[in-house]
Design a protein around this ligand. Structure first.
Ligand SMILES: O=C(O)CCC(=O)C(=O)O
Length: 268
């Protein structure tokens, strides 16, 4: 499987509509990739809390429509990262906003969405403004050598600190996990450690995609990575905007689980 990791960089000066056009073109340029993965909240701004209400949109809004066109142009499955989703109906806490990731097929159809379960912000930001997702999402994506289904778990940024979510995905058959993020540079060491730990303990291929640049006075860590089930880096970005093209052998998941059957030794 050929994967394009798009580590998007942005600052506060770039208008959102211009960023959506720029990133959609970057996605469309990824012909030859089977899977393209974008970061968390790259259009509205991962830490631009004050702008989220104004920049929120439904799942059939302009950002997802632009990504769907780009997926068709690239002929690839596109994990569009996440957006601030606005719904008509409020959630249990009476709010209308969610941090929602979307996955589109090569025909532009919406294959899956995932609402971030663990909200980041310690009382501000996400817990104050957004609803929490309730559902663990594992979806079949047509990413095998002949387009066969690959069980793929979806998680977002802060979720990586909660190993039980990923273990539940493994129980639901996940072999590949996609983790868009907007991770701050201040905790780069945690990002590197936790992404490798999740790949090793769950024996999955983990594709972790962060952002670059500084917005809302928060420098971003970058360092997107594609990690094998053995915990080895198949690729790692630096701190700047970057596109990584990586060949991933998903057969390594079954080989790793057979050669080192640690998951079979769990005591429940
Ligand atoms: O857990 C962290 O240190 C950062 C998490 C985060 O930035 C997020 O979930 O948006």
């Amino acid at each position: 499987m050929q994967v394009s990791v798009l580590q998007v960089g942005y600052d506060d000066d770039e208008p959102v509509a211009a960023r959506v056009d720029r990133v959609a073109q970057l996605v469309a340029d990824q012909r030859g990739a089977d899977l393209v993965v974008l970061p968390e909240l790259w259009a509205p701004g991962g830490f631009a809390y004050r702008e989220w209400e104004r920049r929120a949109e439904p799942l059939d809004g302009p950002t997802v429509r632009a990504l769907a066109d780009a997926a068709r142009a690239a002929g690839a499955v596109v994990h569009g990262g996440s957006l601030v989703e606005r719904t008509e109906q409020p959630g249990p806490q009476g709010r209308h906003l969610w941090n929602t990731s979307v996955v589109l097929g090569p025909d532009g159809a919406l294959l899956a969405s995932y609402r971030k379960v663990h909200r980041f912000g310690f009382g501000a930001g996400e817990p104050l403004l957004m609803e929490a997702g309730e559902d663990v999402v594992v979806v079949d994506l047509p990413l095998g050598p002949e387009g066969e289904a690959v069980r793929t778990g979806l998680a977002t940024c802060y979720d990586v600190r909660f190993p039980e979510l990923f273990r539940r995905q493994v129980d639901l058959g996940a072999e590949l996990v996609l983790l868009p993020a907007a991770w701050p540079a201040a905790r780069l060491a945690h990002w590197r450690l936790l992404t490798r730990a999740r790949a090793v303990e769950d024996q999955v291929v983990l594709i972790a995609v962060g952002t670059a640049g500084t917005h809302a006075r928060t420098p971003m860590a970058g360092h997107s990575a594609v990690v094998s089930p053995w915990g080895e880096d198949l690729a790692e970005a630096d701190a700047d905007e970057q596109v990584l093209r990586v060949e991933v052998d998903l057969g390594e998941v079954a080989r790793c689980r057979e050669q080192f059957p640690v998951l079979a030794d769990r005591r429940l």
